[in-house]
Design a protein around this ligand. Structure first.
Ligand SMILES: [Fe+2]
Ligand SMILES: [Fe+2]
Length: 480
């Protein structure tokens, strides 16, 4: 069997020769109906019978894995896709650096690996649940299709993690696979595991910010897991990253198109002051300060996903060779980090200070710093759109101490520049930094569906090019 190509003959498409692995095939076939039930219950509400122009992987070769076609989402070919095995791959970091990569779970790291896979797996269905109602207010069929592409791929990411659990973790893996279908985003009794995945994604500005920031946390975690000494995890996450790139694209271009439309409308109507919110809103576009506030919210919620500043779990996972750094294989150091330090922002006596801490204990912050740098690339591209229109406004990322619920800074209130605020000042100024009820009401007032092919809601510009190079009026979703 050519493991570049995906076998679509059986019930479960795969490039792992599932036919030869009866035990895992049976386990997955048993899990499958529960997954479909979950999708029908918690997937995109109101569009399960619509034909959506989706891409499906037909190969894991980076040069052309996607085939586009109309499909009803519940019939999407969710499958098990691993990047090709690298021959003679070695563990590239930690105490086992230089040893052969593991093809089976090393007994001593079983619990740690299982936990990392379950946490990653839990985020995948969570985001589908969070985005469940957005189809009803999509600003175009193009955007509706992109939402659904993201949704089915998050579903496939769940399959990816469930495959690892069922193949390598026996009975408790099967139990975890069931539990992944049982938790629900935002449910007070059975919530998803991480905070940001229990928040609401009520409107499309939130959705684009979520795919820009929160899916990018996903990308960073997958990059770190792609370095893993446990080879099946590395191969799985490497393929997931090719899908994740589209989610980044949806977020970055979505916000870019909103910003473009706002600036264009301001110029066309002779409004020069980006802070004249009432005048800008009268044009049916989203004012830049509100876009900034949404960025502040989603950025700060996403930072919480990187965990505590000082973390022994992260140190242990690195030392064990289970979870590496962002692009570990491109870094030039000893890859063991038993000596050396890393600068971390900490809260000492109520003041934010930069402190050098042992490098191994600062790995969460290192990944977070890489994340912030990655975010800044996209934010810079939004700002270039604003500059092109000569509008005096720049979008920026807030200070990492702003609006935090996890880690050192959860104990303080800070403004977006990182200055400490009293509780009283915070309450008074909150609406300067985060969307207020009236901001939310305004955004909600714009959320009207646009279902005419080729047409776009007033508040967002059309994309530069269509998906799969389709023309502007292509019917990306045939709504049933
Ligand atoms: Fe994902
Ligand atoms: Fe994603």
């Amino acid at each position: 069997m050519n493991l570049m190509n995906v076998d679509y003959n059986g019930l479960i498409p795969n490039n792992v020769d599932l036919n030869a692995d009866v035990r895992v095939q049976k386990a997955l076939e048993k899990w499958h109906p529960g997954y479909i039930d979950w999708w029908n219950d918690m997937g995109p509400e109101g569009f399960q019978q619509s034909l959506v122009y989706l891409r499906t992987a037909v190969s894991v070769d980076p040069k052309g894995w996607a085939k586009f076609d109309y499909v009803k989402m519940p019939e999407y070919k969710w499958g098990i896709l691993l990047a090709p095995q690298v021959e003679d791959r070695k563990i590239s970091f930690g105490a086992h650096r230089g040893e052969k990569a593991w093809q089976e779970v090393p007994g001593e790291y079983r619990a740690m690996l299982r936990r990392l896979i379950v946490i990653q797996g839990d985020t995948e269905p969570a985001s589908v649940e969070q985005q469940r109602y957005l189809g009803k207010t999509a600003p175009s069929l193009y955007d509706l299709r992109n939402l659904f592409q993201v949704n089915v791929e998050e579903g496939r990411h769940l399959w990816a993690m469930v495959y690892l659990l069922q193949k390598y973790f026996g009975a408790d893996g099967r139990e975890e696979a069931e539990a992944l279908l049982a938790r629900r985003s935002g449910d007070p009794d059975t919530p998803r595991m991480l905070g940001a995945f229990n928040e609401q994604t009520p409107d499309w500005l939130s959705f684009f910010m979520f795919t820009f920031f929160t899916d990018r946390d996903g990308k960073m975690q997958l990059e770190a897991l792609a370095q893993s000494g446990f080879d099946p995890l590395s191969r799985t996450t490497r393929f997931m990253l090719t899908e994740e790139a589209h989610h980044m694209f949806v977020g970055e271009t979505g916000i870019g198109r909103i910003v473009e439309r706002t600036c264009e409308a301001m110029k066309a109507n002779g409004i020069d002051d980006p802070n004249d919110i009432a005048a800008v809103r009268r044009l049916g576009v989203i004012d830049l300060p509100t876009i900034q506030k949404k960025a502040n919210l989603l950025f700060s919620l996403t930072l919480d996903l990187f965990g505590n500043e000082i973390s022994t779990n992260a140190a242990n996972a690195f030392h064990a060779g289970i979870k590496g750094r962002f692009r570990e294989d491109k870094l030039d150091d000893d890859h063991r980090l038993e000596s050396g330090t890393y600068p971390v922002l900490r809260l000492v006596d109520g003041k934010i200070v930069n402190e050098d801490v042992p490098a191994l204990s600062a790995l969460n912050m290192r990944l977070r710093d890489d994340f912030v740098a990655d975010c800044n690339g996209g934010v810079g591209r939004w700002n270039r759109v604003i500059e092109k229109f000569n509008v005096p406004f720049q979008i920026g990322l807030p200070h990492v101490a702003f609006h935090r619920h996890i880690g050192e800074f959860s104990k303080v209130k800070a403004d977006t520049d990182g200055n400490a605020l009293s509780d009283e000042a915070w309450v008074k100024r909150r609406a300067e930094f985060l969307p207020s009820d009236s901001d939310r009401d305004f955004i909600e007032s714009l959320m009207k569906p646009e279902t005419e092919p080729g047409r776009f809601a007033s508040w967002i510009a059309p994309p530069k090019v269509g998906i799969d190079n389709k023309q502007g009026n292509f019917e990306y979703v045939k709504i049933a």
